[in-house]
Design a protein around this ligand. Structure first.
Ligand SMILES: [Zn+2]
Ligand SMILES: [Zn+2]
Length: 146
């Protein structure tokens, strides 16, 4: 069963260790940061994603990989068309499209500590959902350190 890809393709979006700006890298590869040129590298993805590949933190949560800006844009577009055409159908269409996108999109695994986004690979569906208490815990820890 080599067809389902296994853990081959995990993409991580995280803050560059050198400059902190967002970069995207595939697990197990290295490359220069597109902002500052510093070399960034990631360890290869485990068979099942259980910890953050960027910082090693053991706690990840999953979230629908939904672009909220896109969702808002769709609704705004629907509202404009609604005013324009005096018909509520564009609003319905925008809402339906929004919902469709939401259903079609996959989950993304996010690190509580460094907020790295992990896409692809196995195991994301088994991760817990976002937990505010964990989030506060890491936020507090971070605030204490800096
Ligand atoms: Zn950088
Ligand atoms: Zn992390």
């Amino acid at each position: 069963m080599t067809t389902n890809g296994g853990s081959g393709d995990v993409k991580v979006e995280y803050g560059c260790p050198a400059c902190g700006r967002p970069i995207e890298l595939a697990a197990g590869t290295k490359g220069p940061c597109r902002h500052c040129g510093a070399e960034a590298s990631l360890p290869p993805a485990p068979p099942r994603l259980a910890s953050c590949l960027a910082c090693g933190c053991k706690e990840l949560y999953r979230q629908r990989d939904f672009n909220q800006k896109l969702g808002l844009l769709l609704v705004a577009l629907g509202a404009i068309l609604w005013l324009f055409l005096r018909s509520f159908w564009p609003m319905v269409a925008a809402a339906a499209l929004d919902l469709l996108l939401y259903v079609a999109l996959k989950d993304v695994a996010i690190c509580y500590r460094c907020k790295a986004h992990h896409r692809g690979g196995e195991g994301i569906a088994e991760l817990p959902r976002f937990d505010l208490e964990r989030h506060e815990h890491y936020r507090f820890e971070k605030a204490r350190k800096s």
